[in-house]
Design a protein around this ligand. Structure first.
Ligand code: GDP
Length: 424
């Protein structure tokens, strides 16, 4: 059986939640395969507006099984709070529709603490972390200094393993940062308050996915953030600490031999970036304020104003390549409707040399954008549902994009609500 991945082509916040919500209609299982609660998908449907952080976007569809794979940063505290919040709004979350991989490693109470301490130590050189503990979590996972969710099956051994890790981590907290150590009581309280609560959802999700595949069920792999934040292929070190690429989906989900037939890359009709790092097509001043307001570009997790800029064809072409996108969904096209002329970054100028190739990360600091202007359409397109009914300038904008990045645009989203989508 061939499955689908929905991934970000740029820095994240492309509107993946909106697309996953649509595609869950035709899928049976939705899997999150990397990242943690450090970003947020916004989903708007008939039940309301929701900011999901760790839960897969399939939780809103009856009959869909949602999986948190082994590749995620499983934060029991935030996950439990998210479950309770959604349940409070009438969404059913049970051991039937949520499955947590027994191989998912736990984000421990000191990871958030260490994230904040390290950002403070870095001062003006900080990475712009959301301080959700993601970087310390993944480095500890690779050092084999965290616990797997499945270990909870033996509470005594689980507690003993945690206690060993606590002693080890306190050496760093005290020695490197001069911070208060984490107490035995804090850890015990955290275990009872959060780990116990998520225990009923834990199972062998690899088996579940293999069986779903054999039974002809369709699996949707849902990514967090975008290609430019991938640990290996993004703008290092301004990346996240996990792999956001579609190629990682089978591994991070627990089904390494899964076949991806469709990789839907989500691209915003302009650019946004949260946090630090090079952002070549960035806008400033009034021009940026207007775009930020028009697109309501404030972080779903942090409320931070996002940096905004022109659609960057160089970065987008690179994102399409590394994601192996088979089709694109362009989101928020409606936001550009106020512009007479739409700026588009078509190339970079790096120390006097023009290029359309996305460079090695260190070179980005010297890159200047080459900007061309596309015609605006200057009318409300939010009610349009057929490509042919878009104004010619809007159609040209889409055609220009797909030709520049060598990938067909198969969906265009023109509003945040469920259904505000043009299918081609
Ligand atoms: P994600 O993390 O990739 O899902 O992106 P976010 O949820 O952080 O950002 C997308 C935001 O844009 C959310 O507030 C969505 O409701 C909204 N959105 C998604 N698609 C559209 C669209 O086509 N037009 C408009 N105006 N808003 C959209």
């Amino acid at each position: 059986m061939s499955h689908t991945a929905v991934v970000g082509i740029n820095w994240g916040d492309e509107g993946k939640g909106h697309m996953v919500d649509l595609l869950t209609e035709s899928h049976d299982v939705v899997v999150r395969y990397q990242g943690g609660g450090n970003a947020g998908h916004t989903v708007i449907n008939e039940m309301g507006k929701f900011a999901l952080h760790l839960l897969p976007s399939g939780v809103f569809r009856k009959g869909v099984v949602n999986v948190l794979g082994n590749g995620v940063a499983l934060d029991p505290e935030n996950l439990w709070k998210e479950i309770e919040e959604l349940r409070g709004k009438g969404i059913t979350i049970s051991a039937e529709n949520l499955k947590i991989s027994d191989r998912a490693s736990l984000l421990l109470p000191w990871h958030r603490l260490q994230d904040g301490l390290e950002e403070a130590r870095l001062a003006e050189k900080k990475y712009g972390s959301t301080k959700q503990g993601i970087a310390p979590f993944y480095s500890d996972k690779y050092q084999k200094k965290t616990v797997m969710a499945g270990e909870m099956a033996d509470p005594e051994a689980f507690a003993a393993h945690l206690e060993e890790l606590r002693t080890w981590k306190n050496l760093t907290l005290r020695g490197v940062y001069g911070a208060e150590p984490v107490s035995r009581e804090t850890l015990a309280e955290w275990t009872v308050k959060y780990c116990e609560k998520i225990r009923p959802f834990i199972c062998d999700t690899g088996k579940l996915l293999r069986e779903a595949d054999s039974a002809g069920k369709r699996i949707l792999f849902e990514a967090q953030l975008g290609a430019l934040r991938d640990l290996d292929f993004g703008i290092y070190p301004y990346t996240t600490s996990s792999n956001t690429l579609a190629a990682y989906a089978p591994i991070g989900s627990g089904f390494p031999s899964a076949e991806l037939g469709e990789v839907l890359g989500v691209v915003k009709a302009y650019s946004t970036c949260v946090g630090e790092g090079p952002f070549v097509s960035e806008m400033f001043g009034e021009e940026a304020d207007r775009l930020r307001e028009a697109g309501a570009e404030y972080g779903a997790k942090t409320g931070r104003p996002r940096r905004v800029g022109a659609l960057d064809l160089v970065a987008t072409r690179y994102g399409v390549q590394v994601q192996g996108a088979t089709g694109l969904a362009v989101t928020k096209l409606d936001v550009l409707s106020y512009l007479e002329k739409i700026p588009v970054c078509t190339g970079y100028l790096i120390r006097g040399r023009q290029t359309v190739e996305f460079p090695f990360p260190a070179e980005l600091a010297d890159a200047q954008p080459i900007i061309r202007f596309a015609d605006g359409w200057h009318c409300d397109i939010s009610g349009v549902r057929r490509f042919e009914e878009l104004p010619p300038a809007a159609r040209d904008y889409i055609t220009m994009l797909e030709e520049a990045v060598h990938c067909p645009v198969t969906y265009i989203s023109v509003g945040p609500e469920r259904g505000s989508i043009i299918r081609r």
